[in-house]
Design a binder for this molecule. Structure first.
Ligand code: HEC
Ligand code: HEC
Ligand code: HEC
Ligand code: HEC
Length: 206
């Protein structure tokens, strides 16, 4: 009897272990669409495909239809990223990996508009739909370098950031804060917990 219980609890621990591994990854996250009718049970395909994907340049084997929206960009009197004395409006349209996020999150392209799939599953809605006004969102797609940290005066130099806070071609992007594949298993698909605003304080010395 005792032996059976032991085996039962070991099995339970084993299966919990499997559950834990699964939850610390894209599987079962908000970016796992394999349970929907429109993916054929696949996880990666709405975003990446190994062949004949939608991105002619081949970047990241991107397989989702990109947005053609024109965005309203971030502007503020103290924004320094354009260089000292330059205009205070963000001059960089979302490019690279942020453009890929916005291919779903600006709410203009259907979730299942990927590959040759006929889009019918609707759009990202609610608070996850950032819309085409990016003026009310944290700025992205601008160079974040040591000079910017110096000009700002209260920014961590990019070389001193933890490795999970990645820049892409030297630029701050959505993925500098977010973990699209849920590798770190932090709520909100973040690269680090924002409890007590810890995420913000990693870059901003306030
Ligand atoms: C919801 C969209 C989405 C899904 C689903 C997705 N990815 Fe990604 N992936 C991205 C984006 C956006 C990037 C670039 C930004 C980044 O790395 O954070 C990326 C980057 C990558 C990269 C290169 C950079 C890196 O971070 O290593 C690899 C490799 C990759 N994905 C593999 C996969 C695989 C394998 C799957 C399925 C198990 C998958 N992705 C599912 C959106 C997605
Ligand atoms: C294929 C479409 C697609 C792409 C591409 C995509 N997402 Fe999402 N994302 C979704 C959907 C759908 C949801 C769920 C929305 C909801 O729950 O209403 C979601 C949810 C999220 C959430 C909320 C997570 C939570 O736990 O509440 C975040 C954050 C997020 N995405 C960030 C990103 C970032 C950053 C990128 C690019 C690196 C990206 N997404 C690319 C479709 C996408
Ligand atoms: C400076 C860091 C930062 C950047 C850059 C950033 N985000 Fe976020 N994002 C956050 C934080 C923090 C949250 C809140 C997460 C939570 O409450 O769980 C969030 C929440 C979200 C959500 C969920 C919205 C909700 O209210 O549930 C989505 C979707 C999202 N971000 C997408 C994006 C996309 C797309 C980009 C790029 C255009 C982006 N984020 C850039 C930090 C950032
Ligand atoms: C990966 C680093 C990073 C993270 C994390 C981050 N930021 Fe930023 N943030 C920046 C950079 C770089 C700028 C551009 C600073 C500038 O040009 O003045 C910026 C700009 C801003 C601005 C506009 C400053 C201005 O003068 O217009 C505000 C406000 C801000 N961030 C708040 C936040 C908050 C709140 C969080 C947490 C949710 C956060 N940031 C997380 C790097 C980061």
């Amino acid at each position: 009897m005792k032996k059976q219980l032991l085996i039962a609890s070991l099995t339970l621990i084993g299966s919990l272990g499997v559950c834990y591994t699964a939850s610390a990854a894209i599987s079962a996250s908000k970016h796992d669409f394999s349970g929907t009718s429109w993916t054929g049970g696949q996880i990666c395909v709405p975003c990446h495909a190994p062949h004949n994907n939608k991105n002619d340049a081949g970047e990241l084997l991107w397989n989702h239809t990109n947005s053609t929206a024109t965005y309203q960009l971030y502007s503020s009197p103290t924004f320094d990223a354009n260089g000292a004395g330059a205009a205070n409006t963000l001059t960089f349209n979302p490019a690279g990996v942020s453009k890929f996020c916005l291919s779903c999150h600006d709410g203009t392209v259907a979730k299942d508009a990927y590959g040759s799939h006929t889009a019918a599953a609707g759009f990202v809605t609610g608070s996850s739909n950032l819309g085409t006004n990016l003026g009310n969102d944290h700025p992205v797609s601008f160079p974040y370098d040591a000079a910017l940290a110096t000009t700002d005066g209260f920014l961590t130099a990019p070389s001193a950031l933890p490795t999970s806070f990645r820049l892409f071609d030297g630029k701050m992007e959505c993925s500098s804060c977010h973990d699209v594949h849920n590798k770190y298993s932090v709520p909100g698909l973040l690269n680090a917990s924002n409890a007590g605003s810890a995420l913000c304080l990693t870059c901003h010395k306030k």
